[in-house]
Structures are given as C-alpha cells and as structure tokens.
Write a protein that binds this ligand. Structure first.
Ligand code: FDA
Length: 305
C-alpha cells in the first residue's frame, strides 16, 4: 500500500497541468511546512532565524520542466538575484539549483552559458553553488557539465544518489576533482534496471559512498533524515579521526526539526535546504512520496484542523 502511495505521488509530481495550476494559486495544502515562501523576500526571515540558531542553509528557487530559452533565462536571472540577496542580506547560505531550469533539456551550449553567468556572480560574492541531481536520464549529462564547470570554478558542487548502481563508480571517477559532494538516497522513481529497488540496498550503498568520499579526503555533505545513516557517519568519522570541518549533515526545511537542533547541539555542522518560490508543486509531491504519513498533514491543510 505504501509503495502504491509513493508511486502515486511521484506520478503526480510529473503532471504539467497540476504544476501550472499550483503556480497560479500559490502555496496551498500545507506546502508552507516544507517551502519557506513564495518569494525570496518572504523567505528571508525564516532563513535568518535558522542562521541565528547556528544553522547555515542552502536556498533553492523551485522550478522544473523548463523547455524554452526565455524561461531558462528567467530562471538564471532568479539565481543571480538570489546570489545578490545572499550577499546583501549577509545570509550564511549556499545556492542549490536544478540544471533543467537553466536549459539542460534544450542544449548543452545554453545550459553552460547560463551556468557560467550564475557561477561568475557566485564567485564574485563567494557563494557555493550545488547542482541538485535530477532523474536518471539527466545524471550523466549533469556530471559531465559539473566536471566541465569544476575545471573553471572552485565554488561548485553536485549531488550523488545512493539508489543508482552507477554512483560508487561516479564517486571514484570524480575523486580527481576533489569535489564537495552532497550524498543522498535519491528522490525520483527509477526502474530496477538503473537503481536498487530495495531500501536496504540503497542504505548499504549510501554508507559505501559516504565512506569512500570521506576516506578519499573530500568534503562530504550527508543529506538524510535517517538516524541509521547519521549514526553510521558519526561512528565512521570517530573511527578514522576525520575532522568535523570535512563534513556536514543536511536536512530539508521543516523535516525533523528537533533532530536538526540536536545534531547542532552535539557539535555537528547542520545545513538546512530551504526551498522557496511559486513552483512548489513537484517538490511538495516528492516529499509526500517519501513519507505518505505527511498526507494526513496535507488533509488537515485542505479540510482545516
Ligand atoms: P528515508 O526516506 O529512508 O527516511 C528516513 C527517516 O527520516 C524516516 O523513517 C522518517 O522518520 C524521516 N523522514 C524522511 N522523510 C521525511 C519526511 N518527508 N517527513 C518527515 N519525516 C521524514 N534527492 C535527489 O534525488 N536529488 C537531490 O539533489 C536531492 N537533494 C537533497 C538535499 C537535501 C539537503 C536532502 C535532505 C535531501 C535531498 N534529496 C535529493 C532527497 C533525498 O534523495 C531523499 O529522497 C530524502 O532525503 C529522503 O531520504 P532520507 O535519506 O531522509 O531517508
């Protein structure tokens, strides 16, 4: 039953009509629990509150399914404005982005041109940019563009998904770039041809990736809400005396807030991924797919408390 619910929400996440309607009608159905605001301005208070607690963030202007040059240019400009706002408001923040929003599905030339504009601005203000990883069909291309940009800019990182069979090889192949990597389980619906269907295998692979990247001496962001993976990371760093400034934990805005604070109190770096923007629908559906129990929360949002 739970698997059916997951598949249903992942199916809904891809629906273009619902995506357009959601944009039009604004943050609804309890999405405000996971999305800081419809604009960056309305999200700044929430970001500052996290910073004041001692939690750095990475902000993400939500957006998917860009299939024309004009929209890609607008999304690129949004990123540039966000970098400027980080600098102006003195936020302790990185920026995460999805390259499909910058034209990845249109052409390599376009996405590279847009990414360089963003990277130039980010370099000027010393802001780290992380390229989120999208579905499997974009993984190879995303990594190729990441490698290209990493040769030109230091302040760029990307994401590796533990559910993909290819990921351990990718982490090894990326080692020559000594990249900052965010390691995650993976949020999209992928076939067994390319991704481990069983959670236990994903978890095992996640641990292998964390161990490999950390022991290769690289900066590692362990992005998870899973206590077992967090425990594994803590034990690994203690066992190998890995300095606390070589890794961080990351969690999503609004998810396991007490655990976030606990890790911070224990002395770990805890970064919060803060999404904002009116294109919240796909992101919200993926969060519901991860934890169908959240549907109860949404129903309360629809029908009142
Ligand atoms: P898992 O889903 O196994 O959950 C473990 C436990 O955490 C659950 O039992 C529950 O207690 C709690 N939990 C998990 N989700 C919850 C929720 N929605 N509400 C309440 N409790 C919840 N994916 C991707 O494909 N590309 C990317 O670029 C990124 N980027 C990214 C950044 C950051 C900072 C995070 C934290 C995650 C991502 N992800 C991602 C998403 C990631 O792939 C994955 O889908 C989610 O993190 C859920 O997996 P967990 O590791 O949390 O474990």
């Amino acid at each position: 039953m739970e698997q059916l619910m997951r598949d249903f929400f992942l199916f809904l996440a891809k629906n273009k009509t619902l995506t357009r309607l959601a944009k039009k009608y604004g943050l609804r159905f309890g999405a405000g629990r996971f999305v800081a605001g419809a604009t960056l301005e309305s999200s700044i208070a929430a970001i500052k509150k996290l910073n004041e607690k001692g939690m750095p963030v990475t902000i993400d202007h939500l957006g998917e399914f860009v299939d024309n040059e004009k929209e890609a240019a607008e999304m690129t400009d949004h990123c540039i404005q966000a970098i400027k706002a980080i600098a102006k408001e003195k936020l302790d923040s990185q920026l995460s982005l999805k390259m499909t929003s910058m034209g990845l599905d249109i052409s390599d030339e376009l996405v590279l041109r847009n990414m360089r504009k963003i990277m130039d601005e980010a370099t000027k203000h010393n802001v780290m940019i992380t390229i989120d990883m999208e579905d499997y069909s974009r993984c190879g291309k995303t990594l190729d563009i990441f490698k290209q940009l990493k040769k030109e800019y230091d302040n760029i990182s990307t994401v590796i998904q533990a559910y993909l069979y290819r990921s351990l090889e990718d982490v090894q192949a990326l080692n020559e770039y000594q990249p900052f990597l965010r390691l995650v389980k993976g949020a999209y619906k992928e076939p067994a041809k390319v991704a481990y269907p069983e959670k236990s295998d994903v978890d095992k692979n996640f641990e292998r990736l964390i161990e490999t990247h950390l022991l290769n001496g690289n900066y590692t962001a362990v992005a998870t809400h899973d206590d077992e993976i967090i425990r594994f990371t803590k034990e690994l760093v203690d066992k190998h005396s890995i300095p606390y400034d070589q890794f961080e934990f990351q969690m999503l805005y609004g998810i396991r807030v007490e655990r976030q604070e606990q890790l911070l109190q224990e002395g770990y770096k805890m970064r919060i991924y803060v999404p904002y923007g009116n294109d919240w629908y796909g992101y919200f559906m993926r969060r519901l797919a991860e934890r169908p129990a959240n549907v109860m929360f949404v129903l309360k949002g629809v029908f009142g408390k």
